[in-house]
Design a protein around this ligand. Structure first.
Ligand code: EPU
Length: 417
């Protein structure tokens, strides 16, 4: 196992290129198996989760050629087979194989997902969607077995706004008979990205990005070429990191509209932001105002940036309150930040953060975004070396992390633990 070593206290300066969105990529790769011919994905991030997904497709007899940021998937000889264990357990997003295989073959048996389990993350809304489309769903030895004689379009109201359930239902409904309406759908940019790919493959989806999505099922789907949207969470993390180190970083290859909530919050704190067509320059200041932040579904402030934001809020001169209304207890980064001297109290769904100088410590990333929070915190510490274990979590979502940070002037390196 590796650990990340960080000597902070330097303002980061320069330009960082943002890669394609992880949370799009790991939905687009399984979406490709709804096609009967070859699908090519461009602007793919080079991440461990993407590597695991490509192995999953190989297991299903869909050969994958992955070179740099491009992946070609050939699902023409795809097999319908149970996937109870192994790689499916390493990845939360393996649940997208349920919707994709159900759409393609009318059946799927998939081990219940693993991944970043910072709190119990139910999939009842996915199941509700599959059942509404006419599938029978049962649990067998830790796997979900989903079977349908025929998938039929239906009106599905999601009780909880869920990115995963919205995408999974879109996947299965693309090949159902008739029209499906998803009401109270998630509106994240990744939903639009998946719908764009599916439509290029021959699906008929309207309304992605709004709370009502209409899917008219089609009999067959074909290959296409698709470029993945930029990763707004990776971009937001570098924006926060620039502010936290009082740096001056241009975050390039982004869609600024996807980052409005974080831009607005940074400006409210006193960070200077310059927005260009495809990049955002973030200029840090010596002092910041405390602010209150609430993580909500899109277009609200992203829950995935809540942990990185916690670290930035330790750099203000007052007290900030940060609440998460997507997850009820996504605060595993807080005890680790406390080891670094942060003054944070968690009260229900909120963290109350008093500003103050952090110090070097040995800390542990417990999930992907908690890891990002620790890297940001470590970069603000002027003396000593912070050791971060659990790097494998950070590698799930931040490609080229060490080289990107080094090119911005950070002193960061990996060591064997
Ligand atoms: N929920 C339910 N029932 C369901 C599905 C979700 O109660 O059937 C609840 C969840 O427990 C949560 C809320 O609804 O409280 C939202 O969950 P959602 O389904 O939207 O999350 P997800 O699809 O499992 C994706 C991202 C997460 C990101 C969330 C919210 C992927 C693979 N993961 O998860 O990303 O936090 O949307 O935006 O796309 C990350 O990148 O670090 C990460 C965790």
């Amino acid at each position: 196992m590796e650990k990340l070593m960080v000597t902070g206290g330097r303002p980061l300066r320069g330009t960082v290129q943002i890669s394609g969105a992880k949370n799009s990529a790991i939905a687009l790769i399984p979406a490709a198996i709804l096609s009967e011919t070859t699908v090519t994905l461009d602007n793919l991030p080079v991440l461990s989760d993407v590597a695991i997904y490509s192995e999953l497709l190989e297991e299903l007899n869909a050969p994958v050629i992955w070179q740099g940021d491009q992946m070609t998937i050939d699902p023409s000889a795809l097999l319908s087979k149970p996937m109870p264990n192994g790689n499916v357990k390493k990845l939360r997003a393996s649940y997208y194989l349920m919707g994709a295989l159900l759409g393609r073959f009318g059946e799927a048996t998939i081990g219940l997902p693993g991944g970043c389990n910072f709190e119990p993350r139910p999939i009842d809304q996915h199941i509700k969607g599959f059942e509404a489309l006419g599938a029978r769903v049962s649990t067998e030895n830790g796997s979900l077995r989903i079977q349908a004689k025929e998938l039929r379009g239906a009106k599905i109201y999601l009780d909880v706004v869920s990115v995963g359930a919205t995408i999974n239902i879109m996947l299965a409904a693309s090949r159902a008979k008739g029209v499906t309406l998803i009401e109270n759908a998630a509106k994240e940019p990744e939903i639009i990205d998946v719908a764009t790919l599916l439509n290029s493959m021959g699906a008929r989806i309207k309304g992605a990005g709004t709370e009502t999505i209409r899917i008219e099922g089609v009999d067959s789907m074909h290959g296409c070429r698709h470029s993945i949207i930029p990763d707004r969470i990776q971009a937001g993390t570098y924006m926060i990191l620039s502010a936290a180190t009082r740096g001056d970083v241009v975050v390039d290859n982004v869609i600024p509209k996807h980052l409005e909530a974080v831009t607005a919050k940074l400006q409210e704190m006193g960070v200077e932001i310059q927005e260009m067509d495809e990049s955002i320059r973030v200029i840090g200041k010596p002092e910041y105002e405390s602010v209150d932040v609430t993580a909500l579904v899109y277009p609200g402030f992203a829950t995935d940036l809540q942990s990185p934001m916690t670290s930035l809020l330790t750099q203000t001169k007052g007290t900030s309150i940060l609440s998460d209304y997507v997850y009820s207890n996504r605060f595993k980064h807080v005890p680790e930040l406390t080891r670094m001297g942060a003054k944070i109290k968690v009260e229900g769904r909120s963290a109350v953060i008093d500003g103050g100088q952090l110090s070097a410590a040995k800390v542990k990333a417990t999930d992907l975004r908690a890891g990002a929070a620790l890297v940001i915190a470590a970069l603000t510490v002027p003396d000593g070396v912070t050791e971060i274990t659990g790097v494998e979590y950070i590698d799930r979502g931040y490609d080229h992390l060490v080289s990107n940070l080094s090119s911005l002037g950070a002193e960061v390196w990996r060591e064997q633990d």
